[in-house]
Design a protein around this ligand. Structure first.
Ligand SMILES: CC(C)(COP(=O)(O)OP(=O)(O)OC[C@H]1O[C@@H](n2cnc3c(N)ncnc32)[C@H](O)[C@@H]1OP(=O)(O)O)[C@@H](O)C(=O)NCCC(=O)NCCS
Length: 174
């Protein structure tokens, strides 16, 4: 069964397997992931603190994490930022997601964003900014499949690459 759940110790082994996949491909991972390998309970506690807005570092905002799981397997994760700052308004937006490498191109990317929208609505957002690299064809398709409307393309100074910025209206999301 496909579910979008709060991070849970139940998926520790599967989550750590997914981290190994990211590492072996040299893909960027989240700042807290090292903690997951050292002390999983502390890692989960840190995620909870972020979602409660406790001990938020300078320049960061509160965010809630959800995991996509399918029949006992960790598939991917989504972070929903409760508000934007200047950086997120340019890059990152309200919602960021990733599917573990071994489970890509099976439709999970579209599902994780779709399933994240009611969670974003539940956090009080009425519209969500979602960004992706202009070259990220899969992510663009995912955002558009969820009703994303292109606002603009911004060239990011330090990379020279264009970021697409989409807004998704959450008013009708239940
Ligand atoms: C982007 C990402 C989330 C896509 O996840 P996914 O589970 O493979 O996506 P889906 O299977 O739902 O595919 C969505 C669409 O993109 C297409 N697609 C998927 N991977 C693709 C690829 N590498 N190249 C071109 N198209 C691709 C799919 O065919 C599908 O197209 P369709 O709508 O025409 O059927 C995943 O590649 C990932 O986690 N990448 C790293 C992190 C990232 O880029 N996150 C997004 C940040 S904005």
């Amino acid at each position: 069964m496909l579910e979008l759940i709060e991070p849970s110790v139940k998926y520790q082994a599967s989550f750590l397997d997914a981290l190994s996949e990211y590492r072996s491909l040299g893909e960027p991972h989240h700042a807290y992931d090292d903690l997951a390998e050292d002390n999983f309970q502390n890692f989960l506690f840190r995620l909870e603190q972020d979602s409660r807005g406790e001990f938020i570092a300078e320049g960061k905002v509160p965010q809630s994490f959800f995991w996509l799981v399918d029949s006992g397997l960790y598939i991917g994760r989504v972070a929903i930022r409760h508000k934007l700052n200047d950086k997120l308004r340019r890059v990152g937006g309200h919602i960021g997601y990733t599917i573990r490498p071994s489970e890509r191109q099976k439709g999970y990317g579209k599902k994780i964003l779709k399933m994240a929208l009611p969670k974003a609505r539940g956090l009080g957002l009425v519209r969500a900014l979602v960004t992706c690299d202009e070259t990220n064809v899969a992510s663009r398709k995912i955002i558009e499949s969820c009703g994303g409307v292109l606002e603009d393309a911004m060239v990011i100074a330090n990379t020279g690459k264009a970021k697409l910025r989409f807004w998704i209206d959450l008013n009708d999301v239940i």
